[in-house]
Design a protein around this ligand. Structure first.
Ligand code: T5A
Length: 223
């Protein structure tokens, strides 16, 4: 793989979508954030997300997250397998081809979401989830994971202010706290996960991210 795979993670409303778009513009040297170095390198930046990065993924996302689309509850194991199916399709149909042609892929959620939500949140077996993640990804890992670490209450309030609430956002505060604990545990045990204080303003959060990406671009010999 010659591209780079950068994942954004965290609890609801942490600002992943907002920060991914700001980072894409910064990397491409657009607008106010234009950088001298970005003019001299020819980057392709691809934004994608889980669930929903492919056509199959969009259909699965609708089933998984729209509160009224199914007249029956999706059972926890079935939910786990649907996220894995979304991921398997995403990796083969979109992420690998992008990385093979050298793109920087910015992905909203990946395997750590399954560990945090289905593992810590729902209480499903963590070892089985790791095995399933391996089957879905074929072992592909991120080059960097940015964990937007926000207080659960602030994140949920931001998500609610935005309007429509999805199925996960309707879950109890205790569920979201367990998910948060999952991210805390993951970040302790994986040096590729970098925590970002996401309680701050959009601009302050973006500055932290740009600082880390700048170091990585040097380490990865882009600049
Ligand atoms: N899921 C996913 C699983 O359970 N298992 C899995 O394996 C996977 C892959 C995805 C859901 O699926 C679950 C987890 C999720 O519940 P989603 O719609 O993608 O659903 O949900 P989120 O990823 O949580 O995305 P959100 O859209 O809720 O939040 P974002 O993208 O983190 O935040 P964003 O940028 O949309 O910001 C939210 C609001 O806050 C404002 C924004 O303008 C927006 O209104 N905002 C700020 N306000 C103040 N200060 C800042 N710094 C702000 N930054 C953004």
């Amino acid at each position: 793989m010659i591209g780079k795979f950068i994942v954004f993670e965290g609890v609801e409303g942490g600002g992943k979508t907002t920060q991914i778009e700001l980072l894409r513009d910064w990397l491409l040297g657009k607008g106010e954030s234009s950088q001298v170095w970005s003019k001299s390198i020819d980057l392709e930046v691809v934004i994608t997300r889980e669930p929903g990065g492919t056509k199959l993924g969009k259909a699965l996302r609708e089933l998984l997250l729209s509160p009224d689309v199914l007249a029956e509850k999706i059972q926890e194991t079935a939910e786990l397998l649907l996220y894995a199916a979304d991921r398997a399709q995403h990796i083969e149909a979109l992420i690998k081809p992008c990385l093979e042609r050298g793109a920087i892929v910015l992905c909203d959620r990946f395997i750590d979401s399954t560990i945090a939500y289905q593992g810590y949140g729902r209480g499903l077996n963590l070892e089985l989830i790791k095995q399933l993640n391996y089957i879905a990804t074929g072992g592909l890992e991120s080059d960097l994971t940015l964990w937007l670490d926000i207080d659960v209450e602030i994140g949920l309030a931001r998500a609610k202010n935005r309007g429509k609430i999805d199925k996960m956002e309707q879950a109890s505060i205790e569920f979201h706290r367990r998910v948060q604990r999952g991210y805390q545990e993951l970040s302790k045990n994986n040096s590729l996960i970098v925590g970002i204080n996401a309680n701050l303003t959009r601009e302050e959060v973006q500055k932290q991210i740009q600082g880390i990406i700048m170091q990585k671009l040097v380490e990865w010999s882009y600049i």
